[in-house]
Design a binder for this molecule. Sequence first.
Ligand SMILES: [Zn+2]
Length: 78
Amino acid sequence: MTTNFQFNFAGNSNDICVHTTSCRICGVANDITLDFNSYMRWYNGEGLIQDIWPNLAADQRELIMTGIHPICWDKMFS
Ligand SMILES: [Zn+2]
């Protein structure tokens, strides 16, 4: 698992802007806004990603984990 995330607090909220690794298909990194506590739980291995963010779509979880865009997956397999 890649761990070279950077993040910043967004304003006064508990949300952080997570800068993911670059997508290995198109090379573009992503910024995702996530709840800080949830993110730290995942980062520290305290739960499975689908348990920590049950409301996120599978492709959004993929983005968090690998930085790969859904559209790039589609290109790779089409
Ligand atoms: Zn991409």
